[in-house]
Write a protein that binds this ligand. Structure first.
Ligand code: MRU
Length: 328
């Protein structure tokens, strides 16, 4: 496992970087069983839509190695987190491939397909970086530098490699462009700390802010563009992402700041007509710490397609209302 890896095969098991310990500690966890994989996803040791998908795919192989029935494996993993569609996309892909395989072939076939899912995620995100770079280059050409705001963590930690929303930023930094990132804290789980940690590892200039500072910074003209990731994009372009994304999109719209979503095509749910149909995960009250009061903790929100300037995919930048062009 290299320093910038979230997931890797090791001696027949899977090893993951435990994100619940970051940024305090860099700790790895060995996943040997289906239960280990399901726990890693549910407890958010791994998180971020593409990485959840890849972990679930490897979880299928671990479950088959234990001799568990395929239906039970798929049902266990599908129940871990509801919003990120990459989970269901990866499980459906594993089901299709495995149901066609002879029983004796299923285990090697499962490893092979999980590896393909991981490899394709890496490649898709690198392509997202290249397409998104053009957006940042255009701003640098006009202004000499670019200040990007993001939300949550949609960097390499949330994927197999490169990240989605952060991929264009890494590409810009590598190309020598003057790029700065506003990193919002992302209450209650503080995924912004993961983003700040990631950017610091790569020496990308960034500034950490409270979530509620985003509107003021846009009003003051300190944000040139917003780029966020996605957990599920409906066929009409409405996008579920970490709670707080919608408020940033509203502020961006009010201040005429372009607002992009960066995601692989595997995050588009063509079977889901609009954002109202996307299931929103409700997480535990304990994420707020000790509170003796009723709590609501929706983990995602929906940004309507009309607030999105474009969706940066591995196949190029597409208008949010033209996603059907990408349908496989
Ligand atoms: O609850 P999380 O941390 O899994 O949520 C992550 C996000 O909302 C990301 O923005 C999204 O999954 C895209 S990750 C490339």
């Amino acid at each position: 496992m290299n320093e910038l890896s979230t997931i890797a095969e090791d001696g027949g098991d899977i090893v993951i970087l435990d994100q619940t310990k970051l940024p305090r500690e860099t700790t790895y966890q060995r996943l040997k069983t289906l239960a280990d994989a399901a726990h890693a996803i549910r407890s958010m040791q791994v998180r971020g839509a593409p990485l959840i998908g890849a972990t679930a795919a490897y979880g299928v192989a671990l479950g088959l190695r234990e001799g568990k029935p395929l239906d039970e494996i798929l049902a266990t993993l599908a129940a871990t987190r509801p919003t990120a569609v990459n989970l269901h996309w990866a499980l459906e892909r594993m089901r299709r491939v495995l149901e066609k395989s002879a029983l004796a072939e299923r285990l090697p076939r499962a490893w092979e397909e999980a590896r393909a899912i991981a490899r394709e995620d890496r490649e898709a995100n690198a392509a997202i970086g290249r397409h998104g770079l053009a957006v940042l280059e255009a701003i640098v050409e006009r202004k000499g530098a670019v200040s990007v705001m993001t939300h949550c963590n949609a960097g390499w930690l949330a994927t197999v490699a490169h990240g989605t929303a952060l991929a264009p930023i890494y590409a810009a930094h590598a190309a020598g462009l003057a790029v700065h990132v506003w990193v919002s804290e992302t209450r209650p789980r503080n995924q912004g700390r993961l983003t700040a940690w990631e950017l610091a590892q790569s020496q990308v200039p960034h500034t950490f802010i409270a979530d509620n500072a985003a509107g003021l910074l846009m009003m003051q003209g300190k944000v040139d563009v917003v780029i966020v990731g996605a957990d599920r994009i409906a066929a009409n372009g409405d996008t579920a992402n970490k709670v707080g994304t919608y408020l940033k999109a509203l502020a961006a719209h009010a201040h005429e700041v372009p607002f992009y979503v960066a995601a692989p095509v595997s995050t588009i749910d063509f079977a889901c007509p609009n954002g109202a149909q996307i299931p929103i995960e409700e997480r535990a009250a304990e994420e707020f710490g000790e509170l003796h009061t009723p709590v609501a903790n929706p983990a995602f929100d929906i940004t309507p397609a009309a607030l999105i300037s474009g969706i940066i995919t591995e196949r190029g930048i597409v208008a949010a209302n033209e996603l059907l062009r990408l349908k496989p």
